[in-house]
Design a binder for this molecule. Structure first.
Ligand SMILES: Nc1ncnc2c1ncn2[C@@H]1O[C@H](COP(=O)(O)OP(=O)(O)O)[C@@H](O)[C@H]1O
Ligand SMILES: [Mg+2]
Length: 307
């Protein structure tokens, strides 16, 4: 309370002595100060998620100001949190594959899960300070040369099974005969939609030997939609030659930089998860098309009738 007002109203309440942390002399520049604040925030958030004492009061955001990141004792829980936060910031600055680096650290599962969670959170702020040149997720447009290189390399590396496409290239699959169109918004929708799809496939007399693998494909794709994007729809269309599963989500898209790992590497996941979805999709479908942007992705799984 303002001292004047406090005198006016009696001012009996306990005077709170707010200790202002002294910024160490070693923080030379504003840039450096910002970086340290970001590390402190991340360490504190991580501590909060893990349930470390005093993190709810922001203790680590204060303590960070007097830390020397080159001399952290990883046996000490607080310093370990600073170590993880500082590593995360360093990777982001160097534009490294954060998911891969986290995986390689072989963290305790609680730390692993929450560090990924904090990274997702950090990524969602566009304007946060990082001492780096490239934006975190490059939204490379489809007209970009780089986009074309990714498309061609992934196409060749997948033996022409996986192809990045532009939205208009999906029209033909959308315009085929529509068999099913279901929203997938929550976890609970997954088994419901999977069963509806199965019934539909049986109705159109898909050979029973194929039903199980088709249902598995749908299951993987719509699970991803809940796990990695913000839900969306499953559509099934067909023509004389093929059946198509269109999985349309409203997520933030596939970052181009890690797309090769996402798509081609069995066991690669940006969550604590098995990373088998794409492996299965590529193995069990004739072709996989992907249209992705920062406002959503569409995957089309094409199942061709065997000649
Ligand atoms: N709909 C999606 N939108 C954005 N990224 C996705 C989507 N689906 C999958 N991904 C990315 O692809 C990675 C690999 O997916 P997947 O092979 O199914 O493995 P998992 O789901 O076990 O992580 C995911 O970890 C995620 O980073
Ligand atoms: Mg998956």
């Amino acid at each position: 309370m303002n001292p004047l007002l406090s005198r006016f109203f009696g001012g009996n309440e306990k005077q709170e002595v707010q200790e202002i942390p002294i910024i160490p002399k070693t923080i030379h520049s504003l840039e450096e100060h910002q970086r340290i604040s970001v590390v402190g925030w991340i360490a504190n958030k991580l501590g909060q998620l893990i349930g470390v004492e005093h993190c709810d009061d922001g203790q680590l955001m204060v303590d960070v100001l007097s830390k020397d990141f080159t001399e952290l004792d990883q046996e000490n829980q607080e310093e370990y949190l600073f170590f993880l936060a500082n590593s995360l910031v360093t990777w982001i600055e160097k534009d490294e594959d954060v998911y891969f680096n986290i995986k390689m650290m072989q963290l305790d599962s609680n730390y692993h899960k929450h560090l990924l969670e904090v990274y997702e959170l950090v990524k969602s702020y566009d304007n946060i300070y990082f001492n780096k040149k490239n934006p975190l997720i490059q939204d490379i447009s489809e007209d970009d040369k780089e986009w074309e290189i990714y498309r061609d390399v992934l196409h060749a590396a997948s033996s022409r099974k996986f192809l990045m496409v532009k939205d208009e290239e999906l029209e033909q699959y959308r315009n085929d005969e529509l068999l099913l169109d279901e929203p997938v918004e929550t976890k609970e929708d997954i088994p419901l939609v999977r069963n509806k799809a199965k019934t539909k496939l049986q109705e159109i007399e898909v050979p029973s030997s194929k039903i199980a693998s088709y249902v598995l494909l749908i299951s993987e794709a719509i699970t991803n939609m809940i796990k990695h994007a913000n839900g969306g729809r499953l559509k099934i269309t067909k023509n004389e030659k093929s059946i198509h599963f269109l999985i349309e989500d409203r997520g933030s898209g596939f970052p181009l930089k890690i797309l090769p790992y996402t798509v081609l590497m069995s066991g690669y996941s940006t969550k604590k998860s098995l990373g088998q979805g794409f492996t299965l999709m590529l193995k069990l479908s004739s072709r996989v098309l992907l249209k992705t942007s920062s406002t959503g992705s569409t995957i089309v799984l094409i199942l061709e009738e065997e000649e």
